[in-house]
Design a protein around this ligand. Sequence first.
Ligand code: COA
Ligand code: ZN
Length: 306
Amino acid sequence: MTDQPERIHLVEVAPRDGLQADPADLSTAQKVELIERLAAAGHTRIEAASFVSPRAVPKMADAAEVLAEVPRSSHVSYSALALNARGVERAVEAGVDEVCGVVVATETFSQANQRATVAESLQRWRDISDAARAAGAKTAVIVASAFGCPYEGRVDPAQVLDIVDELAQTQPDEIALADTIGVGVPNRVGDLFAGAAERAPGIALRGHFHNTRNTALANTAAAIDAGVRVFDTSVGGVGGCPFAPRATGNVATEDVVYLAHEMGYDTGLDLDALIETSQWLEGQLGHGVPSLVAKAGGFPQPRRPS
Ligand code: COA
Ligand code: ZN
């Protein structure tokens, strides 16, 4: 028996969740360079853009151009968000490998984000899933606001698990539970993922944490302990939802990579290259990024005191 470390898979979401609400307006060329750097750092799954209304999310208006220009290789799978029929049509036309949908756990935020009831967005997801599959793309779906809602406050886990039930019937490749507004804490995260695993047997679960209240890394560790092996992370920790008031960034890729490697897992990612990319991204955005590992560096190598 070999003693290979177990793999934790990271989906890099900076090009989509990271950039969709950032004050900076990156050009298509800058977005493509970001994606190239992320792939060079070892990322094999990159959420490249979202095919939503450009009026609702102007920063993603060039999604098709971004997908047309990114380097294609069998090592990198590109996903994109689609929230309606038009979105999945555009995503498939752009040649995405994976289509990711979103169902919000609460009615008020569902209206604010998607202009649809939860039931309507479940039906939209079923249609998106069928269209994506017919085109040979993988499918993943995010339950947003799974730990708390900016408008309704606390969310009953039973309500989230009922949505997981509905989603499991569409047999997606993955179901993500998202702490869109960063209110979750480790024990609740562990419990909800354990509940979801029972309701969606055989379907991979993915964690999506925002660091709004400084709990994202602790929540990631709790989800790892609960058996989750796939996480959405954003280089530098940039990001946030434009429709969630005071939203802040996703958990930083380099912070999660440091955590995972030191816990004994393999990610296939090069921490130094990610740190370099994070620093490069700061320069492109024209403002600092929240990641701590980008500032501190990885585990210190032995050296003489200066
Ligand atoms: N791609 C491009 N344009 C789209 C689109 C898509 N997928 N879906 C809708 N539109 C455009 C329509 O053409 C229409 O444009 P117009 O105002 O210039 O005529 C406008 O958006 C409204 O279209 P409608 O079909 O009435 O959609 P809607 O108002 O019910 O909006 C959403 C539904 C979900 C498509 C829209 O609210 C949206 O894209 N929201 C963004 C949500 C988001 O990205 N959140 C963050 C990530 S979770
Ligand atoms: Zn998010």
